[in-house]
Design a protein around this ligand. Structure first.
Ligand code: HEM
Ligand code: NAG
Ligand code: NAG
Ligand code: NAG
Ligand code: NAG
Ligand code: NAG
Ligand code: NAG
Ligand code: NAG
Ligand code: NAG
Length: 364
């Protein structure tokens, strides 16, 4: 009894230390967590890969210390994975319409190539420690969570146990599921409703644009040319025209002009000042259904963090594969060899080659 309350006390101290006083508001959480999908669990790898989360977080700390821009790339990767045929790692496969290796992918789908390398590097580190136990989709989900936390956002537990899908996302499925940045709020609400995500989820998840960049003016060119989108601030407009001398200039622009690399609620402050970059951002403040939600996050960061965590956990469980569905990829960019026999024959081939080389050297 005494030892268990001592343990609770220790846990409280660890908790408070980890979150610091400024983030305590996030921890005292009245909002319930979304339900955990069947087959996923908060303790999924506790026995067979207990260091998983430490390995991922420590590695990403190093990566982000070197280049904080990679955090945004990893957050967006998880979003794309989940929105297109569920969080099954399909976005990672070479040949997926979202993968930058695919030449035909429209530029507006471009994901940072480095994000894919970081996922493969994390996978190799995790496999070294635990064997081929952890899916690429789980590693992507953990990387997104850590991207949020290590950029200044909330820390939170995510359900794990996803399996990797066997098919990559086609160009059509990708275009159908990812709304374009020219969408208004009505279109966004309809689009997210097909994934069972609500208007509250939409506004909270859009807060992902508190970090990162747009890599082309095409995504918002129609707000600058031929004339200023009247919902855009004048000074913001003049500066964007310098970055984008034409509606299709290829140039980079930050998504949150106040604190472009910090995960905070300033994105919503931008919207209230009519400095949202995409129509899909700014219209959340124009539309009377979402405006009060935007305002509530702009004035209360704890509230935003709480809702963001809720919606991320929900998004992170969209159409997940579990149990014996799918597979655990040995290479996040490629499916495992299709059949056991072709896998065994490729192992046999390797052995033959090995024996041949040994046999050859034995003759000398
Ligand atoms: C609601 C609909 C959304 C639309 C229309 C949208 C659109 C876009 C577009 C066009 C870009 C610029 C990509 C580029 O030019 O490289 C972008 C970047 C980004 N998006 Fe979204 N997005 C949406 C939702 C989300 C969600 C739900 C998240 C995560 C929770 C997210 C996270 C990001 C991040 C972090 C970046 C920056 C990527 C980087 O710096 O590499 N977005 N988004
Ligand atoms: C993709 O979508 C386009 C337009 O909606 C359609 O014409 C085309 O047949 C589709 N392709 C495939 C492979 O489904
Ligand atoms: C990407 O741009 C193409 C035209 O280049 C457009 O048809 C499509 O809707 C856009 N998709 C997204 C997700 O932005
Ligand atoms: C929103 O966009 C759709 C097209 O995607 C358009 O039909 C609709 O009229 C727009 N709604 C508003 C309120 O502008
Ligand atoms: C949305 O909810 C319905 C009803 O519960 C379910 O049948 C459907 O599979 C869900 N869709 C997604 C993408 O989770
Ligand atoms: C954007 O640029 C393209 C190519 O220069 C041009 O054809 C198009 O009319 C422009 N659109 C607007 C709205 O200015
Ligand atoms: C890109 O944006 C920067 C900063 O606004 C600007 O100085 C530069 O001229 C732009 N590049 C192009 C090719 O327009
Ligand atoms: C901000 O949101 C948090 C989390 O919901 C809540 O506990 C707190 O009371 C809110 N603060 C204010 C000043 O409304
Ligand atoms: C992983 O798969 C991709 C796509 O097939 C391939 O290009 C890459 O070399 C593979 N990586 C390793 C380490 O085998």
């Amino acid at each position: 009894m005494a030892s268990s309350s001592f343990l609770q006390m220790m846990m409280l101290i660890v908790f408070v230390t980890a979150f610091g006083t400024t983030k305590l508001g996030v921890v005292v959480d009245a909002q319930p967590s979304p339900p955990i999908a069947r087959g996923l669990s908060l303790t999924f790898y506790n026995s067979n890969c207990p260091n998983l989360e430490t390995i991922v977080r420590n590695r990403l700390r190093t990566v982000f210390n070197n280049d904080i821009a990679q955090a945004a790339g990893l957050l967006r990767l998880h979003f794309h994975d989940c929105f297109v045929q569920g969080c099954d790692g399909s976005v990672l496969l070479d040949g997926s319409a979202s993968n930058p290796s695919e030449k035909s992918a429209p530029p507006n789908l471009s994901l940072k190539a480095e994000a894919f390398r970081i996922i493969n590097d994390l996978r190799a580190r995790v496999q070294n420690a635990c064997g081929r136990i952890v899916s690429c989709s789980d590693i992507t989900a953990l990387a997104a969570r850590d991207a949020v936390f290590l950029s200044g956002g909330p820390d939170y537990k995510i359900p794990l146990g996803r399996r990797d899908g066997l098919t990559f996302a086609t160009r059509n499925a990708t275009l159908r599921n990812l709304p374009p940045p020219t969408s208004n709020t009505s279109a966004l609400i309809d689009s997210l409703a097909t994934l069972n995500l609500t208007t509250i989820d939409l506004v909270a998840l859009s807060g992902g644009h508190t970090i990162g960049i747009s890599s082309s003016c095409v995504s918002f060119g129609r707000r600058l040319y031929p004339t200023r989108d009247p919902t855009m601030d004048q000074t913001f407009f003049r500066n964007l025209r310098l970055t984008c001398p034409a509606n299709n200039t290829v140039n980079t622009t930050v998504l949150d002009i106040r604190t472009p690399n910090v995960f905070d609620n300033k994105y919503y402050v931008d919207l209230m000042n009519r400095q949202g970059l995409f129509t899909s951002d700014q219209d959340l403040y124009t539309d009377s259904r979402t405006r009060p939600i935007v305002t509530s996050y702009a004035i209360n960061q704890s509230l935003f963090f709480e809702r963001f965590v809720f919606s991320m956990i929900k998004m992170g469980q969209l159409s997940v594969l579990t149990g014996s569905q799918g597979e655990i990829r040995a290479n996040c960019s490629a499916r495992n060899p299709t059949t056991t026999s072709s896998y065994l024959s490729s192992v046999a081939d390797d052995n033959e080659e090995q024996q041949f080389v040994e046999g050859e050297s034995a003759t000398f």
